[in-house]
Write a protein of this length. Structure first.
Length: 411
């Protein structure tokens, strides 16, 4: 699906969808709890449905009503085998592998898009030492079988924090104590912090150590009724739109949130404090906020001088090569972004318009739509349906804020 946008500033109020990251975590915690839990204020997307279907395959009973999900835990209903289609969700894949291993389920994992290319190397190395066998040939489908054993798991800090989260879900279920040892600084640590916070709500305690985490074995997840907070990674698009001249009131966010992407508030506030119509450039370490990189690329194009984003090499193996895709999409509209080995160099540019390819990546599509608010000519976004992965109502909200976005190609 291609969408044509007639450039205009946005104005009004927007209710930010619930945090996709926290929704994954709450659904999995509820499925591992004894009894029944209700997770409310859920924004449904392809990734969230992938996790729901994965948990059903693993033995949870799940029903959806409105924006709430009712989950009867897996306890007492663990299947011997499970066929799990993660679609394009890296979170579903990396969270569920240790969970099914801890439950002793022989699981076949399937995926779509670029997911089969995304590595699971740390799991293959560490879980294989602890009773798990992988039938894996560097793609999907692959099979994980065996019974996970407790112990010490060593992980590099520059791998995705999703591997840490997956182990944090699984290790409390084992009879004996375990430890996660980071062999270098953990990047994207705020996502691990979110996991620890979520687990605490469901009765599971994780102790942070000097170089990782200590996980006591034999713990029990406790059923809870919980509500998902708004998603700062989605709100980031509208925060940037405001710096570019729009006037949007952003609702449904929790000020005390542990989300790392809350940093967007600090970034845009810092730029606005200089009291200039066009803010000066910035330099941002993206190691803890990788999901902000595409829209920060847009923001840098609007700033004076040069801006730099670094420590973002892991974005090359997302739904797209996000560094290259961000540069290509914004440059197609008149931008001046140069990808580096681990980030972006962004120069000020007067954006005109044209055709931007999202490369099938939801964050590139939404970033292109925000770019369009400061273009002088129409913008066409190719493969705009990719927003369904995380924010299905994005273009509806965009139009409600006064934007003009029309579908011109349904292919």
């Amino acid at each position: 699906m291609d969408i044509k946008i007639i450039p205009s500033k946005l104005k009004g109020e927007v209710n930010i969808p619930s945090s996709k990251s926290m929704t994954h975590r709450m659904l999995i915690s509820a499925a591992l709890a004894e009894g029944t839990s209700v997770v409310s204020n859920v924004t449904f997307s392809k990734d969230i449905y992938a996790t729901i279907d994965a948990l059903k395959a693993a033995g949870a009973e799940i029903s959806v009503s409105g924006n709430s999900v009712t989950i009867k835990g897996i306890a007492g209903n663990i299947p011997e085998n499970a066929d799990i289609d993660c679609c394009e969700s890296g979170s579903t894949l990396r969270f569920m592998i240790p969970v099914t291993a801890a439950l002793g389920i022989t699981a076949v994992y399937r995926g779509q898009g670029r997911l089969p290319e995304r590595p699971i190397t740390p799991y293959i190395r560490e879980l294989s030492k602890k009773g798990i066998e992988f039938e894996y040939n560097n793609t999907m489908p692959f099979t994980v079988k065996g019974q996970l054993e407790a112990g010490v798991f060593e992980l590099e800090g520059n791998v995705s924090s999703q591997f840490i989260t997956g182990l944090l879900f699984a290790l409390p279920l084992l009879e004996n104590d375990s430890e996660i040892v980071m062999t270098s600084r953990l990047e994207s640590k705020p996502y691990a912090d979110m996991t620890v916070s979520c687990l605490k709500q469901f009765g599971v305690e994780i102790a942070e150590t000097e170089n990782g985490y200590f996980i006591k074995g034999g713990q029990k997840y406790v059923s809870r009724d919980v509500s998902v907070e708004g998603d700062y990674s989605q709100a980031a698009f509208f925060y940037v739109a405001n710096v570019l001249g729009s006037d949007i009131k952003i609702n449904n966010l929790r000020e005390e949130s542990s989300q790392g992407d809350k940093k967007i508030v600090e970034i845009v506030s810092g730029l606005c404090y200089n009291n200039k119509e066009t803010p000066d450039g910035f330099s941002i370490d993206a190691s803890d906020v990788p999901d902000l990189v595409p829209v920060l690329g847009v923001l840098g194009t609007f700033c004076n001088g040069k801006s730099e984003i670094y420590n973002a090499a892991r974005l090359k193996i997302k739904e797209s090569d996000r560094l290259a895709a961000t540069a290509q999409a914004v440059n197609a509209l008149g931008g001046k972004i140069t990808p580096t080995d681990d980030g972006l160099i962004i120069e000020h540019a007067d954006l005109k318009g044209g055709t931007a390819d999202s490369a099938g990546d939801h964050r590139i599509a939404m970033s292109a739509a925000i770019t369009a608010t400061v273009c002088t000519e129409p913008v066409i976004i190719k493969n705009a349906e990719s927003v369904e992965k995380s924010y299905p109502d994005f273009f509806r909200d965009y139009i409600n804020l006064g934007g003009t976005a029309n579908v011109i190609n349904m292919e």
